[in-house]
Design a protein around this ligand. Structure first.
Ligand code: IPD
Ligand code: CA
Ligand code: CA
Length: 265
């Protein structure tokens, strides 16, 4: 696959930040974290990765704005373009030495995502997509799975933890999904949920309470792989909606219908 200049820029930044994250992850695995405990160590790894991504992307595309999870909004002189970046999606996994985490980068042009990247530096899996050019995993074209029935499908989700979200409302959404599917998974990284769905590993995904940086990179990878990613209504972009549901056309539709019913009762 011949990568565009834009994807090259994104891949270069993610490779550099990924190297730093992988090194820090090695420290967590070896339990050589400071006396302050893994929390502080992980926060500093997270900030370090974000700084690299910010510097690298700003250097090659001066003027573009940023929405960075840790540093917030940084306005650019170019008002049409904005990078939306999560330097470490899957922080809790990282802290527990679980190798399921990723860097996520989305590029927005005039309010629409036009390119996305999700990179897991430990598994060395790089997912990219650019509008109209398909989705790729390590330069190999990927497509969403073709399974049509929920009964054969794996659906992934994010479960609100202590201090987050409405647990009882979430359980109402989950109940019909677990009863209808071949299995529910919770990876702990929304970016990987989307990327793995694009690669056909997962068939569906739903989660409430996400932020733009969690999904900006992955949502275009899903759509370029032939899938759909919307809010729970099934009609709007999930980017700023706070809910997301994704899958191939059939699984997406089934999940949208199921979530609509569970919210009415
Ligand atoms: C989290 C992950 C997780 C999702 C959480 C997110 P973070 O991002 O994407 O899968 O369930 O809601 O906040 O905090 O690890 O960057
Ligand atoms: Ca995140
Ligand atoms: Ca994060």
């Amino acid at each position: 696959m011949a990568r565009s200049a834009l994807l090259n820029v994104m891949v270069q930044a993610a490779t550099k930040a990924g190297r730093a994250l992988a090194r820090d992850f090695g420290e967590v695995e070896n339990l050589q974290v400071s006396m302050k405990g893994p929390g502080d160590f992980v926060t500093s790894a997270d900030h370090k990765a974000e700084k690299i991504l910010h510097e690298e992307l700003a250097r090659v595309r001066p003027g573009y704005g940023f929405l960075l999870e840790e540093s917030g909004e940084i306005e650019g002189t170019d008002k049409s373009h904005r990078w939306i970046v999560d330097p470490l999606d899957g922080t809790t996994n990282f802290m527990h030495a679980v190798p399921l985490f990723a860097i996520s980068i989305g590029l927005e042009r005039d309010g629409e995502i036009i390119a996305g990247l999700v990179f897991n530096p430990v598994m060395n899996e790089l997912f990219v997509a650019e509008r109209g050019s398909g989705a790729y995993l390590n330069d190999r074209r990927i497509r969403v799975a073709q399974r049509r029935d929920l009964s054969q499908s794996i659906v992934t989700t994010g479960i609100p933890h202590q201090g987050r979200g409405s647990h009882s409302a979430y359980l109402k959404d989950l109940a019909p999904v677990m009863a209808a599917t071949a299995g529910v998974r919770r990876t702990g990284s929304a970016a990987l949920d989307l990327a793995w769905l694009a690669a056909g590993r997962f068939d569906g995904f739903f989660e409430p309470g996400l932020s733009p940086w969690d999904i900006a990179g992955g949502m275009i990878i899903v759509s370029e792989a032939g899938g759909f990613a919307t809010d729970y209504s099934g009609r709007k972009s999930p980017l700023n909606a706070g809910t997301i549901v994704a899958g191939n056309a059939d699984i997406h539709r089934s999940l949208v219908d199921m979530l609509a019913k569970s919210q009415r009762t």
